[in-house]
Design a protein around this ligand. Structure first.
Ligand SMILES: Cc1cc2nc3c(=O)[nH]c(=O)nc-3n(C[C@H](O)[C@H](O)[C@H](O)COP(=O)(O)OP(=O)(O)OC[C@H]3O[C@@H](n4cnc5c(N)ncnc54)[C@H](O)[C@@H]3O)c2cc1C
Length: 590
């Protein structure tokens, strides 16, 4: 539809970058930070505690509670005016091996098969089940072992301490008490416990709570124990002793510079660098158009840890999901990602009119699949994918992101009476956006290729077998989509579904719709490398005394893989727990 309303205030890429910083008063150059400060120059401290916890998401909050309950005094410093970080925006699911609920239900999750699953999914190019470390570098393997050894303990601790009320994650029908949705990686190989690892918090009325509820419950506990939490305090530098160990931090609050001492340790849980465009450009070899985390996650820890000699890992990695391109250009952070693209008579094609990925794959792997580089054409052919669907899907999946309540009810929706007209309108929109996309336009052969693609897709939908991408063959793809919203049953289209419920032939008559999707991130997950005690490592592999990290601010133990729903929060909380234990002299990961 040529008359689709244009974005009233579409921001340019440059504006987006600037806005990303301006919202939080960021003036930091990528990776640069105030040099580490010598402790001997500090004569007065503005505050002190045994443990300083930096950030207030799941990683930092778990560390704070753990340290407190081990008898340490704790102080939390948070850059934002509000607590909770991206965790508060999240679904709040956390993925924990051999957790209490699995044990209660008799779901066996043994150490070796668990390690085989995560090692093979995270490091497919290294994995060797016959080797002592499964083919992985020793430290990478030790992190996986530490996650298995401590995740369930961490969960039991948070329950026992009355911090979180934990149950299964978002069960559609609590009366069914099922084993939960399947993990994201291959289910038929090494994974011997593919369901049951994802937990979540329950609201006081027993209904599923999400990330906001998790943060609320953490804060109820913080109130109860009167744990000091200083919001609006952005940590900018480490304070070191004569041996290079960390004994405190410098923070800015308004125009004041303050110094805080951490007698036993400083634990960072400051999120990734999704909102530091310079770091993204430096470390991401593929395009990233935006994200859905909190804009205060600007990678401050990268600079701070760099000044004290940390080694870095995973810097080109992220928790990924497709996002609506025009929302990414409009907002500093998008309201929602495309977790599971809704609809059965729906395909995603690239600028050549070809499918490039199984549209129903989990968001991490689907988005990674769109980042491939074409060496013959010197381009990323799939960096923009066009989600195409018919009127039936527009009506039945109305209101399930990115399909609006009314068929053209969002500026990002493009409409055409025929597929050819849709292609013309789509290309016009791409021309408008060219300044923000590197000039992506439809290829001259798009219409012909699209006709072939749709004919082939319709054939697959009829037979129930996607011969190109095996869409719908994995239980994840069928079972997860309803979590994000069920199709309406009161439309004129009835309730017919295909042999394979993820596919249905396209309606022969338009109108047809398109929305432009781009690669985005939940947050990045690279940063300083930690050991199995969550201590940040120097280049020589030795830990930096007093410095710990957990969550998205460190090099993720999972590398590029998203092991299952809750695969970011589970490790974040577990390594926060390990860090606090080690800093309090309670053995860390052991
Ligand atoms: C919509 C959405 C849904 C999601 N759902 C899930 C899910 O169900 N399960 C799952 O596992 N993952 C989910 N994720 C991803 C998950 O939310 C993040 O990976 C996770 O919250 C990261 O936790 P964290 O503790 O590392 O960081 P965060 O929660 O991002 O917290 C970092 C905090 O550090 C603060 N900070 C940054 N710099 C400084 C500084 N210099 N000084 C002081 N403070 C600082 C930030 O302001 C922020 O509050 C979702 C993400 C989104 C956006």
């Amino acid at each position: 539809m040529g008359d689709a309303p244009k974005m009233a205030s579409r921001l340019s890429r440059r504006d987006f970058v600037i806005a990303g910083g301006a919202g939080v008063g960021v003036s930091m150059v990528a990776g640069a930070a105030t040099p580490a400060i010598s402790g001997s120059s500090v004569t007065t401290w503005d505050g002190e505690a045994d443990i300083l916890v930096i950030g207030s998401g799941a990683a930092a909050s778990t560390a704070a509670i753990t340290a407190h309950d081990l008898g340490a005094s704790v102080m939390m410093l948070e850059k934002s005016p509000v607590l909770g970080g991206t965790t508060a925006k999240s679904g709040g699911g956390f993925w924990i091996a051999n957790n209490f609920r699995m044990r209660e239900k008799g779901l066996v999750d043994e150490r070796i098969p668990f390690l085989q699953y995560v090692a093979s999914y995270s490091f497919p190019h290294l994995f060797n089940p016959a080797s002592k470390t499964m083919g992985l570098p020793a430290n990478d393997f030790a992190l996986l072992e530490a996650f298995y050894a401590n995740g369930a303990d961490m969960t039991d601790f948070l329950r026992r301490s009355g911090t979180l009320d934990i149950g299964p994650f978002f069960v559609m029908d609590p009366s069914q008490d099922g084993d939960g949705i399947p993990d994201y990686g291959p289910l038929d190989g090494w994974n011997k416990a593919p369901r049951g690892r994802c937990l979540g918090v329950r609201k006081p009325d027993g209904s599923p709570g999400f990330g906001a509820e998790m943060i609320r419950q953490f804060n109820v506990k913080f109130e109860r124990i009167q744990l000091p939490r200083l919001t609006g305090h952005r940590v900018t530098a480490a304070i070191v002793d004569s041996d290079g160990g960390i004994i405190g931090v410098e923070a800015t609050s308004g125009d004041r510079k303050l110094r805080f001492r951490g007698r036993k340790g400083v634990i960072f849980g400051t999120g990734g660098f999704a909102y530091n465009r310079e770091l993204l450009n430096r470390h991401h070899l593929a395009p990233v158009f935006g994200g859905c985390g909190v804009p205060t996650n600007t990678g401050d820890f990268v600079g701070i840890a760099g000044t004290v000699g940390a080694q870095f890992g995973n810097m080109a990695s992220a928790w990924r999901a497709q996002i609506v391109l025009e929302e990414a250009l409009q907002y500093v952070t998008v309201p929602a990602d495309i977790w599971s693209p809704p609809g059965d008579s729906m395909v995603m094609v690239n600028k050549y009119g070809r499918r490039a990925v199984n549209e129903k794959r989990n968001y991490q792997d689907r988005t990674r699949a769109t980042l491939g580089y074409d060496a013959n054409r010197w381009e990323f052919p799939n960096q923009l994918m066009f989600m195409l669907y018919d009127q039936r899907v527009a009506d039945m999946w109305a209101g399930i992101h990115p399909i609006p309540d009314l068929p053209t009810g969002a500026p990002s929706i493009i409409v055409g009476a025929t597929w050819d007209e849709l292609a013309d309108r789509l290309d016009e929109r791409l021309a408008e956006l060219a300044g923000d996309t590197g000039g992506v336009r439809l290829d001259s052969g798009f219409k012909n290729e699209l006709a072939n693609t749709l004919e082939r897709f319709n054939r697959f939908a009829q037979s129930g077998q996607d011969e190109d991408f095996q869409r719908g063959n994995s239980p994840y793809e069928i079972e997860t989509e309803p979590m994000y919203g069920l199709p309406r049953t009161n439309t004129r289209w009835g309730a017919a579904i295909g042999k394979n419920p993820s596919m249905f032939p396209m309606q022969a008559k338009g109108p047809y719709y398109a929305v432009i999707l781009a690669p985005g991130v939940l947050d990045t997950n690279g940063g300083p490398v930690v050991n199995a005690d969550a201590q940040v490592l120097r280049h020589d592999g030795q830990p930096i005394a007093g410095l710990y990290g957990a969550g998205n601010c460190i090099a993720s133990p999972s590398h590029d893989a998203y092991w299952g729903m809750g695969g970011t929060l589970g490790p974040a909380m577990t390594f926060g727990y390990i860090a606090a234990r080690h800093a309090c002299g309670r053995g860390g990961s052991i």
